[in-house]
Write a protein that binds this ligand. Structure first.
Ligand SMILES: [Fe+2]
Length: 154
């Protein structure tokens, strides 16, 4: 058991959960069109999957089932979480437009990708490594989609 690693991974789980909750909220906005709601529901599902993957990694660390390396400083993570909380405050506005939602999502995914948080965990467990790679690729994909959508590019 490595409590420092577990602390970092637990924070990553919290981030993925927060994103899943935010995007789920976007998927239920009554002023959004059906396809836009569907888009957010799909992306929320992916964040939920990421949270489950991180959960598995955390368990593997806890049970010492795999060698996991975490090249991530807790300070950097905390910095991101406080930025995220600021963004989440803005996102709680009731009459948010579709464009505003895209730009909020883009801001988050850019920060997340640039922090490289999802690419800094490695493990000797092949299965887990593949799952972590999926999280990394999804985050890059989310970044690209949301940045484009926020600029009106489809
Ligand atoms: Fe994402």
């Amino acid at each position: 058991m490595d409590s420092h690693k577990e602390q970092i991974i637990t924070n990553l789980i919290k981030i993925e959960d927060a994103l899943a909750r935010l995007y789920t909220r976007f998927s239920k906005k009554s002023n959004f069109t059906a396809p836009v709601k569907k888009f957010w529901a799909a992306i929320a599902g992916e964040e939920k999957l990421h949270s489950n993957i991180m959960d598995k990694v955390c368990q593997a660390v806890h049970e010492e089932k795999a060698t996991v390396s975490v090249d991530l400083r807790i300070e950097k993570l905390k910095e991101f979480i406080s930025k995220l909380n600021e963004i989440l405050k803005k996102a709680s506005s009731e009459n948010l437009s579709e464009a505003e939602a895209y730009s909020i999502g883009a801001k988050i995914e850019v920060e997340l990708d640039e922090g490289g948080f999802t690419g800094l965990i490695h493990t000797t467990d092949e299965k887990l490594n593949k799952l972590l790679k999926l999280v990394e690729n999804d985050t890059k994909k989310h970044r690209m989609m949301l940045v484009n959508y926020s600029r009106g590019i489809r």
